[in-house]
Design a protein around this ligand. Structure first.
Ligand code: AMP
Length: 288
């Protein structure tokens, strides 16, 4: 596996990788601090494409002024070893100056799908995500790209951007979502889980448990508002300090739902434990 840090080196390495055989390239964008969730995306990508390009870039534009940009874990050498062991061909690891050179002035905003949920709690976050992912798509020009359903709203934002901007590398139907990978106790894997103390880590497993109970209640025909109120109470009782949102939404538009309809729905939660904000989501009426 080759690690490249400049656009020039990336272009040379990609040309070499693609050769003149028309081989396919999959992109797996990450912020590093890799875990089994990320590696599952890589394995899916390897199964679908001839070559996998992974990127590691802690994108300052998607962090708010009081968020964890400086504390965010950085471990490039360990991450590179994990990616190499998974058969990744190329690691694109630009620094901030390579991604956003002096005078960088453009921002991509995806209205609607960015506005609620995490977008409401983190103003500007999804503009930063859309901007960097659009750049990564243009830099790597992959045939396909893989993202986790763990960040369900992010996936919706990226698909909307690709559709609205007529992107072709990758086209919107080659942007794949991969189901959330969980720890043995159900907690969704996240680079931010390492911020949790042992007590907080133990308490955090109550989040997916409470969400499953709410999904069962809603799937069973229970009142949505009651289920969401119960969910919120369960999360707070488990030791979380606050719930940013606990929402039932249409799985495509992310519009809030007050009752289950015929279309796929999603239960989405963001909650804080200690200083750490955790997000999770589950499908509701998946088979409807
Ligand atoms: P991040 O490094 O947190 O920006 O995540 C990079 C990619 O990995 C994103 O597409 C995430 O949705 C995905 N990802 C993160 N955690 C998980 C997980 N537990 N299961 C599946 N995908 C994940």
């Amino acid at each position: 596996m080759q690690t490249v840090k400049t656009l020039q080196m990336l272009r040379t390495a990609l040309a070499h990788l693609r050769g003149n055989t028309g081989s396919t390239v999959a992109l797996v964008p990450t912020m590093g601090a890799l875990h089994e969730g990320h590696l599952t995306l890589v394995r899916r990508a390897r199964a679908e494409a001839d070559h996998v390009v992974a990127s590691i870039f802690v994108n300052p534009k998607q962090f708010g002024p009081n968020e964890d940009l400086d504390a965010y874990p950085r471990q490039l050498a360990a991450d590179a070893a994990m990616l190499e062991a998974e058969g990744v061909a190329l690691l694109w690891a630009p620094d901030v100056a390579a991604m956003y050179p002096e005078g960088f002035a453009t921002s991509i905003g995806v209205a609607g799908v960015s506005d609620g949920l995490c977008g409401a709690a983190r103003p500007g976050h999804f503009d930063g995500v859309a901007t960097v992912v659009c750049k990564l798509f243009n830099q790597v020009a992959p045939d396909m790209a893989f993202f986790g359903e763990k960040d369900f709203q992010q996936l919706a934002v990226i698909r909307t951007m690709a559709r609205d901007l007529d992107l072709t590398q990758p086209p919107v139907d080659r942007i794949f979502g991969v189901p959330t990978v969980r720890e043995a106790d159900g907690l969704a894997m996240s680079s931010r889980n390492r911020y949790l103390s042992p007590d907080q880590r133990a308490a955090a497993a109550a989040l997916p448990r409470a969400m499953q109970a709410a999904v069962a209640a809603i799937d069973g025909g229970g009142d949505v508002a009651d289920a969401l109120a119960g969910l919120q109470a369960d999360i707070l009782a488990a030791g979380f300090s606050s719930v940013d949102y606990a929402t039932l939404a249409d799985a495509r538009s992310l519009a809030t739902l007050s009752a289950l309809g015929p279309d796929p729905a999603r239960l989405l939660v963001a909650a804080r434990i200690g200083g750490t904000r955790l997000i999770d989501n589950l499908p509701v009426n998946r088979t409807a």
